[in-house]
Design a protein around this ligand. Structure first.
Ligand code: FAD
Length: 287
């Protein structure tokens, strides 16, 4: 059962940040509540005050400038899955969002809540990494921008400071000619494994590739060493290189045995699915 809670509904980032600074550990940011209310109901988290950030207009905007789309932290998964700008410029993100959980969670949960909670079994972070996405964090002191890769610190840990909130996510367009894909493996609603790739081809060989993996280890990761190794390879060559890199990937990704599968199974599936998602992106790049 939920305990009695005070609800604050600031309309600006500065007001929200000031409330967080005043109330300290006694307050939590509340967006869609998909995670937060579960934790409170199950007694896994205690708080006295919810700082509801959904009245802050800027957190609901999706805008585009010359090289990126900006997504406000309170945009829901459902909105992202169907938004024309996302479908056109970041189709793999739209796909990932459309397969997240179920329609209830997609309508309730927000992108900001997903990234700020940083549950390892999440979809959007992995695909955002191949876009070189960045996050804008705001407080009453001002704003700062951070690459998403640096925002993700560890399982359930981010670079957010106590009185900061996630304001927006900057999603740069992929370079010209580069196409992307996202694939997920799931037994239950949350993914067991998520892989993303973006690739540009030249004369049948990989000219530039971006690869990311999520859910298997503590946080979503870009695989930059592997990206460099497959440069210049054909798709079949790249798949062989990926499957030969299992032991390096084990060190990097740190898979664990759990109810979703053994570490060995997850590692094996990571190499198979990285090859598959790269193949999907290559097909799109060549068509
Ligand atoms: C049944 C179920 C299935 C799910 N399946 C999936 C899945 O398949 N894939 C997937 O990726 N996710 C999945 N999720 C997770 C869910 O989609 C995300 O956790 C959701 O997007 C959280 O967003 P929210 O707005 O509800 O966050 P909330 O629950 O409101 O907040 C979550 C956390 O983030 C903090 N927070 C929220 N907004 C901000 C902000 N703007 N700045 C700073 N901190 C903030 C809160 O204080 C809290 O700690 C699932 C969740 C459930 C309950």
């Amino acid at each position: 059962m939920l305990q009695r809670l005070q609800l604050i509904q600031p309309t600006t980032i500065a007001e929200a940040s000031a409330a967080l600074a005043d109330l300290g550990e006694g307050a939590k940011i509340y967006a869609g509540g998909a995670e937060l209310l579960l934790l409170l109901r199950n007694g896994l988290l205690e708080t006295e005050t919810l700082v509801d950030v959904k009245k802050i207009d800027r957190l609901h905007r999706i805008t585009m400038d010359t090289n990126a789309i900006r997504v406000g932290a309170c945009v829901s998964h459902q909105e992202l899955a169907s938004h024309p700008l996302i479908r056109q410029h970041a189709p793999a993100l739209a796909y990932a969002e459309s397969h997240l959980a179920n329609v209830r969670v997609r309508n309730q949960g927000t992108l900001g809540g997903n990234l700020a909670f940083n549950d390892p079994h999440s979809d959007p972070g992995t695909v955002l990494l191949v876009h070189d996405a960045a996050v804008v964090l705001g407080s009453s002191q001002g704003e700062r921008k951070l690459p998403l890769a640096d925002f993700f610190v560890d399982m359930y840990a981010t670079a957010l400071q106590p009185s900061e909130l996630l304001v927006e996510v900057e999603v740069p367009f992929l370079p010209s000619g580069m196409k992307s894909g996202y694939q997920r493996l799931h037994r239950y609603q949350r993914p067991t494994l998520g892989v993303a790739a973006a690739v540009r081809m030249n004369s049948g060989a990989v000219e530039e590739a971006r690869l990311a993996v999520g859910c298997v280890g503590p946080k979503s990761l870009r695989l930059t060493d592997l990206e460099a190794k497959i440069k210049g390879a054909t798709i079949d060559g790249a798949k062989s290189i990926i499957s030969e890199e299992k032991s390096k990937l084990r060190e990097l990704i740190r898979p664990v045995d759990d109810l979703l599968g053994s570490a060995d199974y997850k590692l094996y599936m990571t190499t198979v699915m990285l090859g598959d998602v790269l193949g999907e992106a290559v097909e799109k790049a060549l068509s």
